[in-house]
Design a protein around this ligand. Sequence first.
Ligand code: FAD
Length: 451
Amino acid sequence: MEAPTNNIPTILIVGAGIGGLSFYHSVRKNLNQKFNVKIFDRETSPQDRWQGYNIQMNKRGITSLFYCTPAEVQARFPEAMPNPTPKEHHSIVIVDHVGRHLLYFPQKKFKSVYEIEPLKHDFAGMLIYRDRLRDVLLEGVDIQWGKKCVGYEESDNGVWALFADGTREFGDLLIGADGINSPIRKQKVPNLEIFDLGITSIDVNIAIPKNLADRLMSVYANAVLQKSLGRNGDSSLLMMRYIPIDQSDEPSYRVTFGYSYPTNLDIKDNILIDDNDPESVIKHAISRIKQLRPPCELTDLIIELLSFVPLSYPGEKYPFRTYHPPRRRQLRDINPSSVPPWKNDRIVLLGDAAHAMNPLLGLGLNNAIQDADLLTKELLNYENEDLIECIQRYNEKMRVRSSKEVMKSRNSALRQRRPVGNLGLVVRYSFFRVVNAIFYVIVFIKSRISF
Ligand SMILES: Cc1cc2nc3c(=O)[nH]c(=O)nc-3n(C[C@H](O)[C@H](O)[C@H](O)COP(=O)(O)OP(=O)(O)OC[C@H]3O[C@@H](n4cnc5c(N)ncnc54)[C@H](O)[C@@H]3O)c2cc1C
């Protein structure tokens, strides 16, 4: 299957992230007779880099994942997407700076990921383990590790992928699924630039004890996506599965937590933080929270949460495969519609390489998988149609969909970055009250009509 033949075109995928892996499976499942496929990654092994963990998948991402993957991979989904516990509500609750509820997204409850896929509406989603999903998608895939792509060369009848080790590989199509810093995008669309949102985020992964998990669940009415909006352009987002990761008397729970604030605060204060020193970063996060948040139970909970961040490699027993030290990170994105349409040719961008989004609305991974789904469906027309016509339709549809989601995520982050005074707070409460009511009506109608 993997060896190129004279008449079956070969697809080269650079990047074995979830986008690249979804497309790899999809080529084998849905385009098996039409294409050979090979996949490369710059990492030296699956464990090389921290793979993150809790992440939100929406209905569209889940539907596309089912489309792309074969039955044996789907059978393993519960490893990455465990069934909701009776207490968990796979939805988002947004609270204000003192913990008052602003928004409770009224998603229906479901028993497993297999119940989400057949739904005819989009009001369902699941908080999943990103690292475990990647493990599941790696199963049975023959990845060529240690292959850092540095660019490509086109020829009349194909394209060469060029690697840092001096080797090169020939194919008919080259898929750049190589993330936000994609060298393939930089060569193909050099004017497509990364946009800096002026927001600093400190993201951490923590194991927290049950009593803290219970208090958080209580503040957020058992929602697994827990967001708070400060008054000073700051916000927090916590993603937690209420599933213990150990069996001790006081079990712990895996949490992904991010605190973000306007970058100009750090510039204005001219403070010195060593991003290579986790202790310095966490101390800074706590002092920002104390500066920007009022003293209250919610602020205390957030600070207590940060006290569980490991400040050095915590050893094999810790529930992270690879320790990921906390550091400040700038929120960035790429809007594919910020430049004129690029040339439709043998070089195709997929996922963050084409349209990285900030994580606040949880849309990036979902769009990467939708790209894999869309590209497969367009390539199904190959043979009746020219290859470049298939790519042209993919590029057009991918750009329109993903650009909308990039801008939705960007505008939402920029709105949050603005400090709000007393009048602004009134506007915020009224806005969420209206949005809440509209959501209730839409979800009620859609879920009745389309179940
Ligand atoms: C804190 C955080 C929370 C997030 N939460 C969510 C969420 O809740 N929901 C959601 O949908 N999205 C979320 N996202 C975004 C999501 O993680 C990304 O959109 C998604 O991982 C993109 O997948 P990808 O396959 O396109 O790229 P990546 O996951 O970046 O994979 C790229 C792959 O390419 C490889 N690579 C890179 N350069 C080269 C090279 N030169 N040569 C060869 N290989 C290379 C890398 O090693 C990697 O394996 C979040 C992101 C962050 C940072």
